[in-house]
Design a protein around this ligand. Structure first.
Ligand code: DX5
Ligand code: ZN
Length: 216
């Protein structure tokens, strides 16, 4: 199966948001990755529902909302109203992750769980069957433009093996430092979705950059 590409809006030029978002519509990208940061769970603040509301009007891609916020249940309803394909919460930010997953699904949105580089995949093993998407962070979350952390490749392979062993259809998304140079390796390790911010939006030719990731 071919890998899906999810450009991450964080690396876009926010002064030209409409153009940045609409140029993705006729490319091989299928998901628009939206990084919501609260300045508490991660040491950065990005954007929230006001920006996503505008972006949702410009895109034909499915929305993939990545909540890097503490106690995300407080805001899930605010993001579910955009009918995204996925809402992902961080395992490290949820006291009752099982409940958070059910809560996301109650809005007919697919439930994603993101794990930081240091978080073992065993933290998800008991509830993997309830998770539609695991977002494996391949950088410490909070900023775009960081380098891919090599040891996360092993986590991707181990997660792929666990998902296959359990006969599940849970998708693996990899987020952070993904480039055309490492995309093939990440895909070979078992990723279904590649998130790419800088390597897409900072490229001279955005559709070509997406194609390079897709065809890697
Ligand atoms: C990091 C975010 C990523 C980020 C990826 O905290 O979750 O989605 O936008 O950006 P790049 O591809 O530049 O590493
Ligand atoms: Zn992200």
């Amino acid at each position: 199966m071919s890998v899906e590409i999810a450009p991450s809006l964080l690396a876009a030029d926010f002064g030209a948001l409409s153009r940045e978002v609409s140029q993705l519509n006729s490319t091989k990208a299928t998901l628009l990755h939206l990084d919501v940061m609260d300045g508490s769970f991660v040491p950065n603040i990005s954007f929230g529902p006001v920006v996503i509301e505008s972006v949702a009007k410009e895109t034909t891609l499915d929305l993939d909302i990545h909540l890097m916020i503490e106690d995300p249940d407080r805001y899930i309803a605010d993001y579910a109203k955009f009918s995204p394909k996925y809402i992902s919460v961080h395992e490290e930010a949820c006291r009752h992750l099982d409940r958070s997953i059910d809560y996301i699904k109650s809005f007919n949105v697919m439930a994603g769980v993101a794990i930081n580089p240091h978080t073992p995949i065993s933290h998800l093993s008991e509830i993997l069957h309830k998770i539609d998407l695991v977002c494996v962070m391949s950088v410490n979350p909070g900023f775009g433009g960081q380098r891919f952390i090599p040891y996360t490749l092993e986590k991707i392979s181990a997660l792929r093996a666990l998902i296959n062993h359990k006969g599940l259809s849970t998708k693996i998304e990899v987020d952070g430092g993904v480039t055309a140079a490492n995309a093939a390796q990440i895909k070979a390790a078992g990723a279904d979705i590649l998130v790419a911010g800088s390597s897409v939006f900072k490229a001279p030719d955005v559709p070509k950059a997406i194609e390079a990731l897709h065809d890697a």
